[in-house]
Design a protein around this ligand. Sequence first.
Ligand SMILES: [Cu+2]
Length: 153
Amino acid sequence: MHPTLRIATLATLLLGGAAQAAETLAIDVHRDANCGCCKDWIAYLKDNGFAVRDHVERDMGAVKQALGVQPRLGSCHTGVIDGQFVEGHVPVAQILELRKRPDLLGIAVPGMPAGSPGMDYGQARQAYQVIGLTRSGQDEVLANYPADKAPRR
Ligand SMILES: [Cu+2]
């Protein structure tokens, strides 16, 4: 190979690697020490290519309050990406959607619905919604996951 071509190929490889690294999303996850389903949601994020920074907290109420998570939207763990909260067992599809919605303070799956990511223990799935909270305080339904009676494992 011509030396100039070889350098060009190397540059392409390096740039390609950098672009790939930029697609890895980093998320901070705050949780109580003994929260099993929180750990399962973290494992789900890692399986989907997220870089997770895990924070064990003494006072989750204070964490949620600081990020603007309304009590009606509350769940167990609270994730944070670039200042936006990801409350509870939110699927990856809506986390990616949040990246395109700077008008939202964050998103949430309130409660702990059976069959949501990290709450998937082979039982029937409860219907649940992913709610976005706008910076003006309005709830917006971002996704509806219907109930599924068939056990999934
Ligand atoms: Cu949970």
